[in-house]
Write a protein that binds this ligand. Structure first.
Ligand SMILES: *Cc1c(COP(=O)(O)O)cnc(C)c1O
Length: 355
């Protein structure tokens, strides 16, 4: 068995992979593959409906929110959100916690005044800011709940009286959500939900239609709301696989169960990092991510032999992001605690040999 610690595209539940592969061969007793049927067929419309219903059930999003399945990745949402929500003379706040939020800021600047309400750049994005400078006129606060590259995660979202626009690409569905805090939640599927190719967007409908600019049809959220994410051909296969993952989450007990599962895994791996003389955690302890565990070797010469030992023990995807170095183990929902234990045991064995 290979233990898949890749950061994204990333591990999916075996049951989901089986369901996805079955649907490629024959879908819904149609005698056809999911890949070769009309997105307007009753059978596929039922998939869209189910994916939306499961999203609502897991997040608690009511009728005042729209659930969209779009393309273009989370990266497109960096400009989508600002283009649809921010007037050119208005201000939005952004929390800069590393690569992805930095990119979100860059895109949003094309559409209005961007105020960086907090940043952790001073310490290489190794922690999360807890105080924020928010001008009273700010329309929303853009925040990244989990920083996939740096391995930081807000364990509790800050309590601020401003609507949140949140990039949840790498921790959506990893723990319960208080939907009322958010005007927009978006997530590329390929971290914790499904294959690359679909982006889940949950958006409060009443916030739309307030900016005074021409928005190209495909970039206007209202187009996709009015057409049930079928204005153009939706990414049918990624949506189907995401739907299967949501069913899997529900069957296992929903987001509370995911939280428990993810805490258990985090305890195993961070416990080992903290007691092992060969490794040190990268992120500030209180901000450690339960999805992307970043750690560094205490000696640079450990890097190559540790990666070799991981490979011997079938632990793959451990090399850190090129901008951070060291190691990263992503432990998304689908990963079993037993796989994390294999990695922890590998670290232990490494220390016995090298420390
Ligand atoms: C991966 C990632 C993105 C980029 O997602 P794409 O779907 O590749 O555009 C954005 N934000 C976060 C937090 C991510 O982890």
């Amino acid at each position: 068995m290979v233990h898949n610690f890749f950061a994204g595209p990333a591990i999916l539940p075996q049951k989901v992979l089986k369901g996805a592969s079955d649907a490629i061969h024959s879908f819904a007793d149609m005698g056809l593959s999911l890949l070769e049927i009309s997105h307007r067929s009753d059978q596929f419309v039922a998939v869209m409906d189910k994916a939306e219903a499961l999203t609502r059930e897991l997040t608690g999003a009511g009728d005042d929110y729209a659930v969209l399945f779009l393309t273009g990745g989370a990266s497109s949402q960096f400009y989508f959100t600002a283009m649809n929500l921010l007037g050119s003379d208005e201000t939005a706040c952004y929390v800069d916690t590393g690569t992805w939020s930095t990119k979100a800021i860059k895109e949003a600047k094309q559409f209005g005044n961007i105020h960086v309400a907090a940043s952790s750049e001073d310490k290489g994005f190794s922690y999360l800011p807890k105080t924020f400078d928010i001008p009273s006129e700010a329309k929303y606060l853009h925040i990244t709940s989990n920083n996939t590259i740096y391995g930081t995660q807000y364990q509790n979202m800050p309590d601020l009286d401003i609507p949140f626009v949140c990039d949840m690409s790498s921790d959506l569905f990893s723990k319960p959500i208080d939907i009322n805090k958010y005007d927009v939640i978006y997530a590329g599927a390929q971290k914790n939900l499904g294959p690359a190719g679909v982006t889940l967007v949950i958006i409060k409908k009443e916030i739309l239609g307030k900016v005074n600019r021409q928005i190209p049809t495909m970039l206007d959220y209202r187009t996709h709301i009015n057409k049930g994410s079928m204005f153009n051909t939706p990414p049918a296969f990624p949506i189907y696989v995401s739907m299967l993952t949501m069913e899997w989450i529900k069957d296992l007990g929903g987001l509370e169960a995911m939280q428990k599962r993810n805490e258990e895994k985090a305890n195993i791996i961070y416990g080992e990092i903290d007691r092992n003389p060969c490794f040190v955690g990268k992120a500030a302890s209180e901000d450690r991510s339960r999805m992307n565990v970043t750690f560094l070797p205490t000696k640079e010469e450990y890097v190559a032999p540790f990666l070799a030992m991981c490979a011997e023990n079938n632990c793959v995807g451990i090399k850190g992001h090129r901008s951070v170095g060291g190691f990263r183990a992503s432990t998304y929902n689908a990963m079993e605690a037993s796989s994390v234990q294999v990695l922890a045991d590998t670290m232990k064995a490494f220390a016995q040999k090298h420390a």
